[in-house]
Design a protein around this ligand. Structure first.
Ligand code: ADP
Ligand code: 5GP
Length: 193
């Protein structure tokens, strides 16, 4: 069975969820890997669609049972992880697995998939714009915004570990550039197989 994956990592607020949603409408053979998290759902988020929302205890039980390909305590006491069962479920259908993970998770998943994954780093135009976007999204408390910004500088320094960097300044341009990059990568992959 051929495994193919596209993973997106970026500091929180860069726009990766927005870009992924647009791509999912364009590429019908993409399927999103739904992560597990111990955070509370935001307004409008649905269990089993955006995330599998687990209590901290449930999350740690899954860790102990070896159910995760990778997991991270992305923020103090808030954990996120990629379930092995998601990858199996999606690959079994012959679809391309799409991941939205933090930078460490992205590096780990790329290591797991190797050349079968395209690792994309979504770069905000600047830290100032990143902060504006996080505030404008209106989903985070001040404490959560500060936690997210606190990680950003370090995460931006890891961009070189990814296959490509897309600067998300104008959204339409970023989506188009991402589509072109993915199409090129998939066609190269077809030629080789
Ligand atoms: P992430 O998933 O990386 O945390 P989101 O996709 O939630 O980021 O985007 C953060 C906020 O920025 C959202 O309110 C989104 O609508 C907005 N946004 C995303 N891309 C752009 C863009 N290119 N220009 C302006 N606002 C954007
Ligand atoms: P949010 O709370 O904004 O949905 O996500 C916060 C961060 O956790 C984002 O950087 C997101 O990409 C990351 N994340 C989501 N799911 C996973 C996962 O399964 N593994 C890892 N390592 N990070 C994840």
């Amino acid at each position: 069975m051929k495994r193919r994956a596209i993973l997106f990592s970026a500091p929180s607020g860069s726009g990766k969820t927005t870009i992924i949603k647009r791509l999912m409408q364009h590429f019908d053979f993409f399927e999103f890997s739904i992560s597990a998290t111990s955070r509370q759902p935001r307004e409008g988020e649905r269990d089993g669609v955006d995330y599998y929302f687990l209590t901290p205890d449930e999350f740690m039980k899954e860790v102990e049972a070896g159910q995760f390909l990778e997991w991270e305590e992305v923020y103090a006491d808030v954990r996120y992880g990629t379930l092995k069962s998601e990858i199996e479920r999606i690959c079994a259908k012959g679809k391309v697995v799409v991941f939205d993970v933090d930078v460490n998770g992205g590096i780990n998943i790329k290591r797991f998939f190797g050349d079968d994954a395209l690792a994309i780093f979504v770069m905000p135009p600047s830290i100032e714009v990143l902060e504006q976007r996080l505030r404008h999204r209106g989903t985070e408390s001040e404490e959560s915004i500060q936690k997210r910004l606190g990680r950003s500088a370090k995460e931006l320094g890891e961009a070189h570990r990814f296959d490509v960097t897309i600067v998300n300044d104008n959204l339409d341009d970023a989506v188009e550039q991402t589509k072109r990059t993915i199409t090129e990568w998939l066609s190269r992959d077809e030629e080789e197989s």
